[in-house]
Ligand binder design. Structure first.
Ligand code: DX5
Ligand code: ZN
Length: 243
């Protein structure tokens, strides 16, 4: 069976005490630390000119992938000096390829990009993530059909994890979307040993839905950080995957 990976989302931690918060989560039994990376779209006149002149689909207008800002490579680099933990980086950015090198240098372990912004260059992305020594994953928003990631799992140079969003990306503390479990079930049926991660609204009251559908990597922010005893919540999540 696939191994349980419990990944507290550091988005719900006290960012001003990130190293201490990370250490606390590891002591509570966390396997991974989930790092939500949201940045301002890097935009230049040259990119805009190419977009207008040639309709180059790799050049995107200056919208943000999510309506929020969190952390980038400098914070990952700082945290890496304090911990050896697996840093499971979730890139909610329009142009993930631009961050591969910086995040690898900073010490990221996993690099999960979104399919919605990588339809034209996912092969190149997977390759560069692996070349830089990180583990590639692909994520989909609630509105994106699961079929869109099959090619990435079946490629000769495949992603090693699929992250199914169970809320609209952007913020912690939102309500779990049970409808997304159809995607998890479909994926688990096709790929018995794939790492399938779920992210958004997970906690003791929703975990059964996710694990019975086949999820084994569990991201949880507010349910862990908001608990009086985070170790207990982590243990409950793990037991649900393992049983
Ligand atoms: C949302 C992030 C999640 C978020 C989950 O955009 O990808 O990782 O922190 O937080 P909870 O568990 O509170 O829904
Ligand atoms: Zn996330």
């Amino acid at each position: 069976a696939v191994k349980a990976k419990i990944a507290p989302s550091m988005l719900s931690s006290d960012f001003a005490n990130l190293a201490t918060e990370a250490e606390r989560m590891l002591l509570c039994g966390a396997d991974w630390l989930h790092m939500d990376i949201m940045v301002i779209y890097l935009f230049s006149f040259e990119k805009f000119r190419l977009f207008v002149l040639f309709g180059d689909l790799r050049i995107r207008p200056p919208w943000h992938f999510v309506p929020n800002l969190t952390i980038g490579a400098p914070v990952i680099e700082s945290l890496r000096k304090h911990t050896k933990a697996y840093l499971d980086c979730h890139l909610m950015v329009t142009n993930p390829l631009d961050y591969v090198e910086a995040l690898a240098k900073a010490g990221a372990s996993g690099f999960t990009f979104h399919i919605e912004v990588s339809k034209d260059n996912w092969r190149e992305l997977i390759q560069s993530i692996k070349t830089k020594g990180m583990r590639p994953g692909v994520s989909l928003k609630p509105g994106t059909p699961i079929e869109e990631v099959y090619a990435l799992v079946e490629d000769e140079n495949p992603v090693e994890m699929v992250l199914i969003m169970t809320v609209e990306p952007g913020f912690g503390g939102q309500k779990f979307m049970p409808e997304m479990m159809d995607k998890v079930r479909a994926l688990r049926k096709k790929y018995p040993s794939l790492d399938i991660e779920v992210d958004g609204g997970l906690g003791p009251s929703t975990i059964e839905m996710a694990t019975s559908a086949g999820a084994n990597c569990i991201v949880a922010g507010s349910s862990i950080f908001g608990a009086a005893e985070p170790a207990k919540v982590i243990a409950i999540l793990r037991e649900s995957v393992d049983k």
